[in-house]
Design a protein around this ligand. Structure first.
Ligand SMILES: Nc1ncnc2c1ncn2[C@@H]1O[C@H](COP(=O)(O)OP(=O)(O)OP(=O)(O)O)[C@@H](O)[C@H]1O
Ligand SMILES: [Mg+2]
Length: 257
């Protein structure tokens, strides 16, 4: 069997925010169809990497590049990246007052597909199909986006967005934060459900927990410490992190912390 083509490739990425250097040469590559997990201690730069990948202008890339499906996207706007099929689920998704989940999804689908002639009916049918497949209550989509959503609802909503937008690549940041065990399983199962239809979908999941990885069964695990990937391996690497913590991966353990 031929090796899957690299979908997302990050090369020696250095980035800073407000003059603080956060990423110190991140390199990793995710082939289409694979799930890679990115683990790392608090403050190691995981969310920064997610933001940089999506082109958040608050983060300045000082060196390195990002390639997506063979194209250098380092300088592209977030909108242009999204249009190419890059999807980011945020750690703390924003509330958007007065916008229902339904109308948000309809708009987002139109942007992703480059057309805005989805009929309300088509969108409704697609949403109904996916809320069912993801085990969600369909009435959920009439609510305002993220307003009063529980942590679990926010995350399920994020997976629903991923299912409907049919991205080529998804970056999911901390999908397990604040989730109870049932919600964690629902999100894990939801990602698996989306993958059933999408053999070529690449996913980079940022997580702290082995438990999430039990559901996702990542192909590859990367460990990020101090803005650098310090280890890459199979699922056993996540088990090692769970057992030994991140200190084992630090080149110098800070004294007195
Ligand atoms: N806008 C900003 N201004 C200043 N410092 C920032 C900014 N954004 C991030 N940082 C700093 O960058 C470092 C990395 O933060 P980041 O959110 O990427 O960590 P993380 O690995 O996602 O952590 P966590 O596991 O807690 O989510 C932190 O020290 C953080 O304070
Ligand atoms: Mg984070």
């Amino acid at each position: 069997m031929a090796m899957a083509e690299i979908s997302l490739e990050i090369e020696d990425l250095h980035a800073q925010v407000d003059g603080n250097v956060i990423l110190n040469g991140v390199s990793l590559a995710v082939p289409g169809g694979e799930v890679h997990a990115l683990m790392g201690p608090n403050g190691s730069g995981k969310s920064t990497l997610a933001n940089v990948l999506l082109g958040n202008p608050a983060y300045e890339i000082t060196k390195g590049r990002i390639r997506f499906q063979g194209e250098d996207i380092t300088g592209l706007s977030p909108g242009d990246r999204a249009a190419r099929g890059l999807f980011l689920g945020f750690q703390h998704p924003e509330e958007i007052p007065g916008v229902s989940v339904f109308s948000f999804l309809r708009q987002a689908m139109a942007i992703r597909k480059g057309i805005d002639n989805f009929s309300v009916l088509e969108v409704r049918l697609k949403i109904m199909e996916w809320t069912k497949r993801l085990g969600m209550d369909n009435r959920f989509t009439e609510r305002y986006l993220n307003e009063g959503f529980s942590g679990g609802e926010r995350k399920r909503n994020e997976i629903l967005q991923m299912a409907l937008l049919e991205p080529a690549f998804a970056i999911l940041d901390e999908t397990d934060s604040g989730l109870d065990i049932d919600a964690l399983k629902a999100v894990g199962d939801g990602i698996a459900e989306v993958r059933k239809d999408r053999a070529d979908l690449g996913i980079l999941v940022i997580t702290h927990y082995q438990r999430m990885l039990d559901y996702l069964a990542p192909d590859v695990v990367h460990v990020l410490v101090d803005g650098r990937v310090v280890a890459t391996g199979g699922p056993e690497l996540a088990k090692q992190v769970e057992r030994d913590g991140f200190d084992a991966f630090r080149s110098e353990t800070p004294v007195g912390t």
